[in-house]
Design a protein around this ligand. Sequence first.
Ligand code: GDP
Ligand code: MG
Length: 489
Amino acid sequence: MTVGLRLDEAVWGLLHQAIEHYRDNPRAVGHLRHQLARLEKPLRIAIAGPWQSGKSTVLNAIMGEEVAPVDGPDGTGIFAWYEDGPQPRATAYSSNQPPQELTVIRSATGMRVDVVGWRAGELRDIVVQWPTRALRQVTLIDTPAINAAGEQGRAPVMERVLRDADAVLYLTRDARGTDLQVLESTRESRVGQAAPVNVIMVLSRIDETGGGRIDALLTARQLARRQYRDPRVNALCVNVVPCSGSIGLAGRVLSESDFAALAQLARVSREELEPHLLSADRFVRGELPVRLEAETRAVLLDRLGLIGVRLATTLVRTGCDSRGKLATELIRRSGLTELRESINRFFVDRRNTLKARSALAAVEALATAEPGPGTGKLLGAVEQILAGAHEFRELRLLAALRTTKLGFDAELAAEAQRLVGGDGVDLASRLGLEHDATVQQLWKVASDAQWRWRHRAEDPLLRLAQRRGAEVVVRSCEGMLTELAGGGR
Ligand SMILES: Nc1nc2c(ncn2[C@@H]2O[C@H](COP(=O)(O)OP(=O)(O)O)[C@@H](O)[C@H]2O)c(=O)[nH]1
Ligand SMILES: [Mg+2]
């Protein structure tokens, strides 16, 4: 490193070095300038996964509005970008025609985009601008289905996801072998290997596990925990989170009239309602013991699915007696709250590191694709930043603590994890103090921790990997003390 050099400055310098190197290659220079511009823009999070895994629905649940998909179901190959903007607007980009404005139609709970006049396969991207706080710091990308890995073990959609996004929510209903193969392709580059930090695995549509039982989410949590402990999965993602997008979204957009309809249904006993919930057709067209228009039933079905209707009516019967209470409970059970917390902790809080990582990956990909005299030097600079930047060393230590604990006992491993930002990157979270702690309190805890971990870093009885890990913790403590002393950084 780069000792003392900030990661953002190092990456900025590298991009300029690369621009200088490729100065006679306008396409490469354009690409590198685009990478420079990305550093200043919101973090790009792609929602990826197999066909019908619930990607568009999870995107809506995160936004709290129904804005996806912009173009029918999966399989059309379009990347749909959702970014903050002053007013709703959608623009279509294709490979052979100039960009074209699309009509945005607002609805009660979001919007729809009219995509007409395009032939299949022509469109590449639709960029939607949508005014919402949810997009202040991130741009969300809804992506087409990941097809199974191709002949060279790479899925073309996933390749584009990794090129265009800084971080990925990978949705899967069961985390099968093909999903893991696709994720393993994220580890193929130098950057992928040195900084495997940009994937959260989402076990999706969890309301359907166990045939739609009421306690499905609990079962799914256990499943997620088991997946997370599996070393093969753990090496590929920073967390495994169970989530039902449709239940979460229903909670976020639940209206008074939705609630009234569900309350009406909940008057029927569970035993009596059950036969009507066996198929969509029966539910919408059958003779219900309460008055509820077929149209209203269709709306409920569309929003919640049969399993969701069963869950919501049970919740109303057992105490959720207002729209607000039911909405809160649906969101809680859906796993959406945890998913959003994970996105904040692992992605948003570390957005600058993730953006720097993307820039390094772009330089690596370019230097590998267009080699020549001097590209070796560029690749060397990429490796130097990866190895030396403290932000990446923290993330690698976190990964090592996650998988092996480095041989530290549970308590020490947990402390190291906390100090290097694994439980949140702000000072109070790192130091395990309340958020209203005084500077003196923060200082005392940070300097104690620094002293103890320096001791460990120099303890000849510890293994080398443990001493190296302890050095990273010491460096994190130093960083905190510098910050507390108002010394910049
Ligand atoms: N039961 C259930 N169905 C879901 C959930 N999320 C999506 N679906 C349904 O699965 C289908 C595909 O969802 P979509 O979000 O379009 O998936 P995508 O193809 O991955 O974008 C739709 O019929 C959704 O209604 C969920 O959490 N639970
Ligand atoms: Mg979709």
